[in-house]
Design a protein around this ligand. Structure first.
Ligand code: AMP
Ligand code: GLY
Length: 436
């Protein structure tokens, strides 16, 4: 099987790496890729958000499957163009990608499908925003309605700051979604969908804020680990039964079947499991950790999803080890990241047992040297017998990465490794436990 992977980031590097380990995958291409990807497979310098350009490349390369990584090409209709060219594609249509591209649309589908999520209101001016903020009270949650690469959400106790974020979205011609605040730990569950059937991958936890202890602005994600030893038993089944399958059924019912990954972002609140958001693609950097543990060959799985054959797939096989990804970001990320700096030490990083490097914002300069080219530059991914060992290995690796001004969080997976994450699910309060 010949596969073309679309996208420039860490998620795509991880996908390419896993595809190359699939015995049924004979050839992989990527567009546009990055420095890490170009060391593994041929890359093609096309505009990844241009549906016709991607379809033309896929046709020219005579690939059997196209895997679309990021949300932007999906929202632009890349999958539709590839499908129209008669090539199977893993990634939703432009219409189905609205589940991520519009938070208001996602809320509408969740309401139709009975999926548990935060109460929310759409506001399109300052008056409506103020009214919604006062309805739900602090902490305030204000989300840009459109695609914002994980950076369009403000969660704050400061009403003026919440209003100011809403105003900046209105000024840019957009609307906002204002929500009730959800307490409790967050979980990312990736569900493979073929339009009808659903298969869940192992849950992961992401770290969205730039600084330790979840301080500072939101980013695309600064690190992740999987599996989650502390997650309630039955979480994955609950996500399939109450979230993914009803959503897939509803999308099919609407005439816009969902094919690809439904990324379910959850909060495990004291009142039960609630969806924070949907994305329509693999999470970054969760994928770097999740795929490091997946033993089922990836190419066959994504092809089954693309062809509507997920019901024929055997139960997934996973490594018993724990995986962690720690992101090394450029100076000034997430504002205006510094780029163009040499990155050194990566060979040494990969000489550590169980450790590999996944590139994100990197490119090769004129001399063929790896330089930074984006906010999140790379992730050090480590496997270990448990989270403690995986963390040690990953952070040993991070210390060896040489990139001027770079930053990383020191607490990825820290609380979980110390057994400090508590989920207070309804029905498991001290009182009901005592009775049982
Ligand atoms: P989103 O882009 O919707 O995933 O939001 C980004 C981040 O904002 C989430 O990962 C959460 O940490 C936070 N967030 C979003 N919605 C809520 C909510 N209703 N309550 C609490 N935190 C939220
Ligand atoms: N890591 C979260 C995301 O990919 O949106």
């Amino acid at each position: 099987m010949k596969v073309l992977v679309i996208g420039p980031g860490g998620r795509e590097h991880a996908i390419v790496r896993s595809l190359l380990a699939d015995p049924n995958v004979s050839e992989v291409h990527a567009a546009p890729g990055n420095a890490g990807i170009s060391k593994l497979v041929p890359t093609h310098a096309i505009e990844a958000n241009d549906p016709d350009a991607v379809a033309a490349l896929a046709t020219k390369l005579t690939v059997d499957l196209v895997v679309v990584g990021p949300e932007a090409p999906l929202a632009a209709g890349v999958s539709d163009a590839v499908r129209a060219a008669g090539i199977p594609v893993f990634g939703p249509s432009m219409a189905a990608a609205q589940l991520e591209a519009s938070k208001a649309f996602a809320k509408e589908v969740m309401a139709e499908a009975g999926v548990p999520t935060a109460m929310a209101r759409v506001a399109s001016n300052a008056e409506e925003a103020a009214d919604a903020l006062d309805t739900f009270g602090a902490p305030y949650v204000v989300k840009d309605d459109g695609l914002a690469a994980g950076k369009g959400v403000v969660v704050t106790n400061n009403r003026d700051e919440a209003l100011a974020h809403a105003q900046s979205c209105f000024d840019a011609g957009g609307t906002v979604v204002i929500e009730e605040f959800l307490d409790g730990p967050e979980v990312s569950v990736f569900v493979l969908c073929d339009g009808r059937n659903t298969v869940a991958l192992s849950p992961a936890q992401d770290f969205k804020r730039i600084f330790d202890n979840d301080e500072g602005p939101n980013t695309g994600g600064m690190g992740a680990y999987t599996p989650l030893e502390w997650a309630p038993e039955g979480l994955v089944q609950e996500v399939l039964d109450r979230v993914a399958q009803p959503t897939v059924n509803q999308m099919a019912h609407r005439g816009t079947p969902f094919v690809g990954v439904l990324f379910v972002g959850l909060a495990l609140t004291s009142r039960g499991t609630r969806v924070i958001e949907f994305n329509v693609r693999f999470g970054d950097p969760e994928t770097q950790a999740v795929l490091a543990r997946l033993k089922t060959p990836l190419g066959g799985l994504l092809m089954a999803a693309a062809k509507g054959e997920l019901d024929k797939v055997q139960p997934l096989r996973w490594s018993k080890e724990t995986a962690i990804a720690v992101v090394v970001a450029a100076e000034n990320y997430p504002d205006a990241p510094r780029t163009g700096d040499r990155i050194r030490g990566l060979k040494k990083v990969e000489s550590i047992e169980g450790v590999h490097v996944i590139h994100a914002g990197t490119r090769l300069d004129d001399e063929g040297k790896v330089v930074s080219a984006g906010g999140r530059v790379l992730a050090v991914v480590a496997l270990g017998t448990d989270l403690v060992e995986a963390r040690e290995r990953a952070y040993d690796g991070v210390e060896l990465v040489q990139l001027e001004g770079s930053q990383f969080r020191t607490d990825i997976g820290g609380k979980a490794a110390r057994g400090e994450i508590k989920v207070q699910t309804p029905g498991t309060t001290a009182a009901t436990k005592a009775k049982a």
